[in-house]
Design a protein around this ligand. Structure first.
Ligand SMILES: Cc1cc2nc3c(=O)[nH]c(=O)nc-3n(C[C@H](O)[C@H](O)[C@H](O)COP(=O)(O)OP(=O)(O)OC[C@H]3O[C@@H](n4cnc5c(N)ncnc54)[C@H](O)[C@@H]3O)c2cc1C
Length: 483
C-alpha cells in the first residue's frame, strides 16, 4: 500500500525474489506527487555518510535520537544503509555528490537541489520512482492507481489482505500472503496532527506532498498494532508568509539564522534552545498555543553571515520570494513595527548578548547549548525580525515495527502477515531533540527488509495466495495469482 520509495523498494525487492506483487496507490496520476517525488534526494544517516562501519553509523543514530531509537531499527539502518544504495544502483538509479561533506555523497541524479520551489519533473525522486516502477513491470508486478486502502483483512490473528475504495466510487479487496503498508505518515491529517503534534495544524506549513493522511496508522491500530514516537516530526523553519505564498517552500529555511541568534514568541521571550537546530525548534514551536507567533531576531551581521550560508539561503531568497522581514535601525523601533513588546525584547537581547560575552550560554533560560555554528550577538543595527512558522515534512513517529519491518502489537509481538515501511513507521527517529535520521534511508531499508522477510518466510514454504476482487466494477473483473 503506497507507491513511494518505501512501497516500491518493498515491491521490487519482493518481485525480484519471485513473489507476485500488487501495489495499491490512492493517487491516479502516472507521476503522482508523493514525498518521494518531491524529495531533495540525499541518502544520508543522521547527516553523516553511508560508507562508515555499521557500529559508527549506529552510534550516530543513537546520538541524534538521545538513545531513544529502537535497537532493532538502529541495527537495520546501520547495517543496510549502504546496501540500499547499492541495490538502488543495480536497479538503474544514479547518484552524485551534491557537496563536499560525506553526507552529501549519495544524492539522486539529476539533482533536485538546489532549486527554487518544487521542481521535481525529470529530477531526483521522479526519476527514482519511474525507474523502480519500470523494474517492477519487468518482474510482472503492477501498480493499481486510484486505489485507496482503508482496512486490513484479518483471520485468526493473521493479516490476509486489504480492502479499500477505487476511483469512481467502487470498492476493492485483495487476499494476500502478506501486506506492506507504506502510506508516508500522517503529516497532512489535521485531526491526527491535533491529537499528537500541535494545537493549531493550520499554522504549520505543509512542507510535503500532502498525501500522508495516516491511513496506515489507523488501519494498523484497528487490528491491534502499537504506535511509537508519535509526537515528533521532521521539518524546518519557514517564512510565516509561506502560509499564503507557495513560492516559499520547501526552501529557503530560516534554520541557520535561528541557530545563530534567538527565537522569541509574541511575548518577546525566547522559547527554546536554538543551539540544537531547526528540526528541534520546529517541533517546539509547533507545541505552542499558536505556532504562527514566533520571530527570529538578529542583526545585520548575522543576516549577511549565517543568513547566506546555504545555496538556497534565507538571504536573499526569502525576501526575494516575498517573505516578510521587519527591519529597523533600533531594537525599540523593531519591536514597534513587528508588534513585539519593547521591554521584554530589549531585556532578552541584553541577557543573550551578555551570556555570549561571558562565554556562558548555559545560564540563559531556556538554557542554550553550544550550536554547531557560534551564537552571534545582536549588537549593531539594522536589526531584523523574521516571522516564522514550522514547516512539516513528515511525521517521525508511527507504526511500531521490528528489524524485519513486521508490525508489532501492543505486547511487542509481530502481527502475522503485516509489515510497515517508510514514514508510516516510528521508533527510529525522534527523542528529546527530535533527532533526524533520514526519510529516504528509513523508507528504503524498511521496504527492502519487509520483502526479504516475506520472501524468506513464504517463498521457502512455497505458498502465497493472492486474489483481487473488484466489486461495483461494471466489468466485474477479477484476477488470481499464485506464487
Ligand atoms: C521537500 C522534501 C525534501 C526531502 N528531502 C529529503 C532528503 O534530501 N533526504 C532524505 O532522507 N529525506 C528527504 N525527504 C523525506 C523523504 O523524501 C521521505 O521521508 C520519503 O520519501 C518517504 O517515503 P515513503 O514511501 O514512506 O512515503 P511517500 O513517498 O509519501 O509515499 C507514500 C505513498 O502512499 C500513498 N498513499 C497514502 N495513503 C494511501 C492509501 N490509503 N492507499 C493507497 N496509497 C496511499 C501516497 O499517495 C504516496 O504515493 C524530503 C521530503 C520532502 C517533502
Amino acid at each position: 500500500m503506497g507507491a513511494g520509495l518505501a512501497g516500491f523498494a518493498a515491491a521490487v525487492r519482493a518481485a525480484e525474489q519471485g513473489l507476485s506483487v500488487l501495489v495499491f496507490e490512492k493517487l491516479t496520476d502516472a507521476q503522482h506527487i508523493c514525498n518521494s517525488r518531491l524529495t531533495g534526494g540525499i541518502f544520508h544517516v543522521a547527516l553523516h555518510g553511508l560508507v562508515d562501519p555499521p557500529a559508527l553509523i549506529a552510534e550516530r543514530i543513537r546520538n541524534a535520537t538521545g538513545g531513544t531509537a529502537e535497537p532493532a531499527l538502529v541495527d537495520a539502518v546501520s547495517e543496510d544503509a549502504l546496501r540500499l544504495v547499492r541495490w538502488l544502483q543495480l536497479q538503474g538509479i544514479r547518484f552524485m555528490k551534491s557537496g563536499r561533506e560525506p553526507w552529501q555523497d549519495f544524492t539522486l541524479a539529476p539533482p533536485a537541489l538546489p532549486q527554487f520551489g518544487r521542481q521535481w519533473k525529470g529530477r531526483a525522486g521522479d526519476v527514482m520512482l519511474l525507474t523502480l516502477e519500470a523494474r517492477l513491470g519487468k518482474h510482472d508486478g503492477r501498480v493499481l492507481r486510484g486505489h485507496r486502502a482503508t482496512r486490513l483483512a484479518m483471520q485468526d490473528g493473521r493479516c490476509t489482505g486489504l480492502e479499500g475504495e477505487a476511483a469512481g466510487g467502487t470498492s476493492f479487496s485483495v487476499d494476500a500472503g502478506a501486506v506492506v503498508v507504506a502510506d508516508g505518515g500522517f503529516q497532512a491529517s489535521h485531526s491526527l496532527l491535533c491529537e499528537h503534534i500541535t494545537p493549531q495544524p493550520a499554522h504549520l506549513k505543509q512542507r510535503n506532498a500532502q498525501t500522508g493522511m495516516g491511513d496506515a496508522l489507523s488501519m494498523a491500530r484497528a487490528v491491534g498494532a502499537c504506535s511509537i514516537g508519535i509526537g515528533h516530526f521532521y521539518g524546518h523553519l519557514l517564512s510565516r508568509t509561506s502560509l499564503d505564498n507557495d513560492a516559499l517552500w520547501p526552501f529557503p529555511w530560516a534554520d541557520d539564522l535561528a541557530r545563530s541568534s534567538i527565537v522569541v514568541g509574541s511575548d518577546g521571550h525566547r522559547i527554546a534552545d536554538e543551539g540544537i537546530g531547526g528540526v528541534y525548534l520546529a517541533n517546539q514551536i509547533a507545541k505552542l498555543p499558536d505556532p504562527a507567533s514566533t520571530f527570529v531576531i538578529f542583526d545585520d551581521a548575522t543576516w549577511n553571515g549565517p543568513g547566506r550560508l546555504r545555496a538556497m539561503s534565507a538571504n536573499p531568497y526569502m525576501t526575494d520570494a516575498g517573505g516578510k522581514l521587519y527591519s529597523a535601525s533600533t531594537l525599540s523601533e523593531l519591536a514597534a513595527i513587528s508588534g513585539l513588546p519593547q521591554h521584554a525584547l530589549a531585556a532578552e537581547v541584553e541577557s543573550y548578548n551578555a551570556a555570549i560575552a561571558a562565554n556562558d550560554l548555559a545560564r540563559l533560560w531556556p538554557p542554550r547549548s553550544e550550536p554547531k555554528s557560534a551564537a552571534w550577538p545582536i549588537r549593531t543595527g539594522p536589526f531584523h525580525a523574521l516571522p516564522i512558522v514550522p514547516g512539516i515534512t513528515y511525521t517521525m513517529g508511527g507504526i511500531r515495527i521490528d528489524g524485519d519491518s513486521r508490525v508489532l502489537d501492543t505486547n511487542g509481538s509481530p502481527i502475522a502477515g503485516l509489515y510497515a515501511a517508510g514514514a508510516a513507521t516510528g521508533g527510529l527517529e525522534g527523542g528529546p531533540r527530535s533527532g533526524y535520521v533520514g526519510g529516504l534511508i528509513k523508507a528504503g531499508v524498511t521496504g527492502l527488509r519487509a520483502s526479504e522477510h516475506i520472501a524468506g518466510k513464504h517463498v521457502a514454504g512455497g505458498h502465497i495466495n493472492q486474489s483481487i476482487n473488484t466489486t461495483g466494477d461494471t466489468h466485474g473483473r477479477s484476477r488470481q495469482a499464485t506464487v
